[in-house]
Design a protein around this ligand. Structure first.
Ligand code: PRP
Length: 210
């Protein structure tokens, strides 16, 4: 008998787009489409149970086996390096991680560079490769404020349209990585629910034309 698949979806627009792919791939869940404040939804007919989690927590649920599968941005995978399988690039949620600073910013090599970011590991690796000494200031949002208030010299952040940077007088200085959403699997689920995981992954691939 087929086993149920537990799937962690990132709350927000990315999760909704990802769910739409899953629905069209034959894994719909009418309960979930009703909206409201519930966090867990299931459709035993298709063998799926979904739950909405904070986007940066998806990989934790999957790594610890609370979810068999999850949808997560490559930024999160590169930051936390969770021990999970990356099954597929869903080619949605495309954006990039970039260094940005005030217009006309020039790095002064005599001083430690102050870098504000939600992604301290990515920032640290980026500057270690260049042997540039930095002071990482870890923030949880509204990163663009840090250089405006003189708290940091630059930021390492996600750029999608570039609108947030522009409207705050900042400009991209350097790209660090290209980002898109990935379908990930728990390592144990991948072995013990292999047929179900592969069936879902193949159905999704067909939907996104791969
Ligand atoms: C992200 C990112 C930028 C913005 C980029 O912020 O941190 O602020 O989106 O998008 P844009 O290039 O299209 O303007 P998010 O909305 O996730 O909020 P937060 O980082 O402030 O929490």
């Amino acid at each position: 008998m087929a086993q149920m698949l537990d799937i962690a979806l990132p709350k927000g627009r990315l999760g909704e787009t990802a769910y739409d792919i899953l629905r069209r791939a034959g894994y719909g869940c009418p309960q979930l489409e009703e909206g409201g404040r519930r966090l867990v939804f299931e459709n035993p007919e298709c063998g799926v149970r979904y739950f909405w989690v904070k986007p940066s927590d998806v990989a934790i649920y999957v790594e610890r086996g609370a979810a068999d599968l999850g949808i997560v941005g490559r930024d999160i995978l590169m930051e936390y390096k969770p021990d999970v399988y990356e099954l597929r690039d869903l080619e949605i949620g495309r954006c990039r991680m970039a260094v940005a600073g005030k217009k006309g910013f020039r790095d002064n090599m005599d001083r430690t560079l102050r870098v504000a970011t939600k992604f301290p590991a990515i920032a640290a690796r980026h500057y270690a490769r260049k042997s540039r000494e930095i002071d990482v200031i870890k923030l949880n949002g509204s990163i663009e404020l840090a250089p405006l208030l003189g708290m940091s010299d630059v930021i390492v952040d996600i750029v999608e349209t570039g609108k947030t940077l522009r409207e705050n007088g900042l400009e991209p200085l350097e790209d660090i990585l290209q980002i898109s959403a990935r379908l990930i699997a728990n390592r144990v689920s991948y072995r013990f629910k292999h047929a179900e995981v592969m069936a879902l992954s193949a159905a999704v691939a067909e939907r996104i034309g791969k």
